[in-house]
Unconditional design. Structure first.
Length: 265
């Protein structure tokens, strides 16, 4: 399980694309659990890092995958020398200390994870630790945020409606061209004309539904390409390795994507 604990010293850069900051502020005040929906690379993690900084609170991010279990989140007994000691998991740590816990890609995790967070997502705001046989009340500042990629899990790993209804949800999409250009410039240092070309290329690929890509060009991929270009890699090569290669392994599709690159860049 990948786990990151962050205390930001300077504000992360986040460009609002809609009303998400206002919504977060009210959700936070009302201690409601929040679900960030949307494809990968649309700024969900950056947004939550930014909001954690704004609210001056620590953020623990857990990247969920199919092996992530409630034990991973709540904690476990470990053997230390001759003793058995209890070790809090990230959820318990956040609940006790009043941090934001961000469960990235929560639908990927094992079903017992959703069961474990239930009592934290309603008025009870408490965590039941079955291995200790005790319930703990969440710290006033504890907040639960999860992310979910509706397209990616198509068909198999959905979030149950009863789980979804426990969260306030904000939808993330690819930003409008002007905003996405601004993000590329800010994140990489490329100039406006290069940012415009990259965004145009991104949007062209996004509209090519006939390619049948599982995931399309995210802002993250465009930022990566922009960074490589800004640091001196040849433009088409940068686009090839940062945007096209990550999207597909099929020669025909890649050829179509390279043709498009030649036209635009
Ligand atoms: P997600 O969590 O949705 O997969 P990330 O938050 O990791 O996506 O975003 C990927 C990258 O895209 C970020 O590192 C950042 O460079 C860029 N990015 C996307 N959207 C924004 C935004 N609105 N403001 C600033 N950076 C953004």
């Amino acid at each position: 399980m990948e786990l990151v604990m962050k205390t930001m010293i300077t504000s992360p850069y986040y460009r609002a694309v809609g009303k998400e900051i206002e919504v977060f502020e009210q959700v936070f005040e009302n201690k409601l659990p929040l679900l960030l929906k949307g494809p990968t690379g649309t700024g969900k993690s950056r947004f939550i890092e930014f909001m954690a900084y704004q609210f001056d609170t620590k953020l623990i991010t857990v990247s969920c995958h199919e092996e992530t279990s409630s034990t991973d989140l709540i904690g476990r007994f470990i053997i230390k020398g001759a003793e058995t000691i209890w070790l809090d998991g990230p959820l318990t740590t956040a609940v006790k200390n009043g941090y934001i816990l961000y469960l990235d890609e929560v639908a990927e995790a094992r079903p017992d994870v959703v069961v474990a967070i239930h009592s934290l997502t309603d008025h009870r705001r408490e965590l039941y630790i079955d291995k200790l046989g005790e319930s703990i009340k969440a710290h006033d500042n504890f907040r639960l945020v999860a992310s979910f990629n509706p397209g990616y899990q198509r068909g198999f790993k959905e979030l149950k409606p009863s789980t979804r209804q426990r969260f306030v949800a904000i939808s993330f999409q690819y930003p409008e061209p002007e905003l996405e250009q601004e993000i590329l410039i800010q994140e990489s240092g490329v100039d406006l004309s290069m940012a415009k070309k990259l965004v145009m290329l991104g949007n062209k690929v996004r509209n090519l539904s006939e390619l049948g890509l599982a995931e399309t060009v995210s802002t993250r991929l465009l930022v990566d390409a922009a960074k490589l270009i800004h640091s001196g890699l040849a433009i088409r090569l940068a686009v090839k390795v940062a945007v096209m290669e990550p999207l597909s392994d099929e020669k025909q599709i890649l050829d179509a994507l390279y043709n498009l690159t030649d036209l635009i860049m």
